[in-house]
Design a protein around this ligand. Structure first.
Ligand SMILES: C[C@@H](O)[C@H](N)C(=O)O
Ligand SMILES: C[C@@H](O)[C@H](N)C(=O)O
Lengths: 158, 158
């Protein structure tokens, strides 16, 4: 099944928040995201990778206008409640996504996306995928440029 | 905008692979996933969180029948080429997903999913989200049970 690449999108409206060194035990994500939900923080992308030595990081994106609120919620008690070490935020990100279908059975699509960014020295800060979308967080200053390179790589220039 | 939860799904057909301590510089993901693509490994979910001290982990899922091939590809040269420390695999995972719409502006949906798992002592090993899907990797032995609890939590029992 050939993959169908429909579009390359980018989003510069969000900031990245990372809760660093959270204990990897049931209840931690629940407490963290319930506190954010109560404060009406619009969490978009959530990424958590596996833990090492019982600790992991949880990153998520929020509209940039909500970073201060997010920090207040976390530093106002949640971090200590869940036993996390600290929170780090980064307002200078862009999320670039390749959107399509049939990508699961076509590992070459992700490879092509990553090669295109690498060829232009654009570092990939976070990766999150679904069956129809491969999203990479990159530096905000490179996001629009990345979209152009990816349009070319996937033949969407015409 | 109220969120619409359409379904809770689970997938027990895949295994988790983590490439541990990869240098966080352009080209690493490209080399890794091009090598896997050439070997025709069907990579599904990819998760990479932010780096600390210049290193991060890259995890991905593959059909369980391809874990051995994946390990051979990685240990056969790719790991050393990219400067990664080692690879770890886990065949005992299940991916549980809440599928819906309008979830981005409804942080309570993720909180409810995580609280439901926590209430049943189901540890969340990885998290990856899109606008229409929240996916958690949990232990394989708890995945089917997790779906039942989530059906109830989201009122999909009827
Ligand atoms: C790290 C966090 O996801 C934790 N494992 C939990 O289940 O809440
Ligand atoms: C870690 C890996 O994603 C690296 N940052 C790259 O761009 O390839």
């Amino acid at each position: 099944e050939r993959p169908i690449i429909r579009a390359v999108t980018h989003d510069l409206s969000e900031s990245k928040v990372t809760v660093i060194d959270v204990p990897d035990r049931p209840g931690v994500s629940a407490q963290l995201f319930r506190a954010l939900a109560r404060a009406e923080v619009n969490v978009d992308m959530i990424v958590q990778n596996v833990s090492e030595e019982g600790m992991t990081d949880i990153s998520f994106t929020v509209p940039s206008e909500q970073v201060e609120l997010t920090r207040q919620v976390l530093e106002g008690g949640v971090l200590s409640e869940i036993g996390a070490e600290r929170v780090s935020t980064d307002g200078s990100i862009g999320r670039v996504s390749v959107v399509g279908a049939g990508m699961k059975s076509n590992p070459g699509v992700a490879a092509t996306m990553f090669e295109t960014l690498a060829a232009n020295e654009i570092n990939i800060e976070m990766i999150s995928t679904s069956a129809i979308r491969i999203s990479c967080v990159v530096d905000a200053s490179r996001a629009e440029e990345a979209v152009q390179y990816l349009h070319t790589a996937f033949g969407l220039d015409g």
